[in-house]
Design a protein around this ligand. Structure first.
Ligand code: ADP
Length: 440
């Protein structure tokens, strides 16, 4: 308001001065004076217009870059400064929100790719770069199908049926299985969400294999038993010899199933994370002496079995679980060593660690099988394992027991010469023999 008043007074002052000049010096001088004033005003506006144009051509319009003006232009530039300040504030807020959104999506365990209406990559987070082999700095603007070329994905994208995810097994990264889900949003845009399901798929495969294996293991003895039962029930006058043989075989098959179920129950107990290990001080020497007696009775004098004790150290752990692991290793040595073979059971201290090992002079194992021996139902020779009453679960049980005792298994073997199954217990689990028992 005061500006308008000041500007009006200026005009009134100029008019008054012109009138006074007119009266004193005549019309020509008055006209000359008013022309000079008008010329000065035109020059003033042109100068400010040039300043404004130069400012508009700047690439960065910060509030600090607004030029200073005088007269009416002072107001114009002040309004402009306010507008630029407001605009840059909202731009800052917007880029802050965008940055926050990018940080959130970058921290997500799933990959996210934003696709435009032509399936071109607009943006993606680092996990999506890993899953799909994308480099955002190079691939932004590229068609996603140039980078993810698998036919099932191209078909999935073309079908536009986004209700179900797609499982992709052959990705650029080896051994990676990902699930891809497209979510449409906005104007024909899409969000591609990728999830690493490798572990889930492995567990699923293991579950399927496990059920198939257990069914297979149970089917054979059940077939034998049901065959005999059918023969026995349909033939009343069978000779006693056949009767005896049938009963013996049925008993054998029943025991086989019992062993299998017992081993499955042991495995399930060991795998149950809720089932915490009940630790106490285990007298290894006494434990091994007990197992030796069982081993001699299994071998029935067919092998030379020796127990070598080089340490009196005891172990902190579960006696029941350790008995199961040691017995499995020793019974394997007996079952895979021909008659008259040598078997040694050893307990010693090695580099401060507890070392238990079973050495046999048996059939040995080819190197390619060794890494897989502790898998459930993995057998090198199916028929030998079954003939000797094996369930295929012994070494899987050993592996679980050892991992619960922070110990690990080392297998060395030579075909035709024998095998050595060694277990190393960490020093922290060893208890010197003269120390009192620890219960927990
Ligand atoms: P199984 O009940 O079949 O013996 P395990 O899990 O105990 O199952 O062992 C897996 C496989 O490892 C066996 O089938 C056998 O082929 C091999 N194996 C285990 N111990 C020995 C050994 N001492 N000598 C040779 N082969 C062995």
């Amino acid at each position: 308001m005061s500006d308008i008043w000041q500007r009006s007074t200026n005009i009134i002052l100029i008019v008054c001065i012109t009138a006074i000049i007119w009266m004193i010096f005549g019309a020509v001088k008055a006209l000359f004076f008013s022309s000079l004033i008008l010329l000065w005003m035109v020059f003033h506006h042109i100068r400010h217009l040039v300043i404004l144009e130069r400012w508009l051509q700047l690439s960065d319009h910060t509030p600090g870059s607004i030029p200073a003006g005088s007269g009416a232009w002072d107001d114009v530039f002040a309004h402009l400064a306010r507008y630029v300040r407001r605009h840059s504030q909202s731009r800052e807020l917007l880029s802050l929100a965008l940055k926050r959104m990018q940080n959130v999506t970058s921290a997500m365990p799933d990959g996210i790719v934003i696709l435009d209406e032509n399936d071109r990559i607009e943006w993606c987070n680092p996990i999506a770069e890993q899953h799909l082999g994308i480099d955002l700095s190079l691939d932004a603007g590229q068609q996603i199908t140039y980078l993810v070329r698998q036919i099932p994905f191209v078909e999935y994208l073309a079908a536009r049926q986004f209700s179900n995810p797609l499982v992709l097994k052959q990705t650029r990264m080896q051994n990676l299985i990902i699930s891809l889900q497209l979510v449409p949003y906005g104007f024909n845009q899409k969000l591609l969400i990728s999830r690493d399901i490798t572990r889930f798929e492995k567990i699923e495969t293991m579950r399927r294999d496990f059920i198939a294996n257990v069914s297979h293991e149970l089917r054979t003895p059940l077939t034998v038993i049901s065959g005999f039962l059918e023969t026995l029930s349909s033939n009343e006058h069978l000779n006693p010899e056949f009767h005896q043989r049938a009963l013996a075989l049925m008993t054998e098959q029943t025991e086989r199933m019992q062993h299998l179920i017992e081993d499955l129950l042991i495995l399930s107990r060991l795998e149950n994370e809720q089932n915490k290990i009940k630790e106490k001080t285990v007298n290894v020497v006494r434990l091994l002496q007990g197992i030796l007696l069982d081993a001699e009775s299994i071998s029935a004098g067919c092998h030379h079995i020796k127990l070598n004790i080089a340490s009196e150290d005891q172990l902190l752990g579960s006696e029941e679980e350790l008995r199961s692991a040691f017995s499995n290793l020793i019974s394997n040595a007996i079952r895979y060593t021909p008659n008259n073979g040598e078997i040694s059971i050893n307990w010693e201290k090695h580099n401060g660690q507890g070392l238990f090992f079973v050495q046999d002079s048996g059939i040995g194992i080819e190197p390619e099988h060794i890494p897989r021996l502790t898998e459930r139902f993995y057998r090198v020779d199916n028929s030998r394992s079954r003939e000797t009453g094996g369930t295929g679960l012994g070494l899987a049980i050993v592996k679980h027991v050892l991992s619960r005792h922070d110990a690990h298994l080392e297998i060395t073997s030579q075909v035709g010469k024998g095998s050595r199954f060694a277990v190393l217990f960490p020093a922290g689990r060893l208890i010197a023999a003269n120390r009192t028992d620890v219960e927990s």
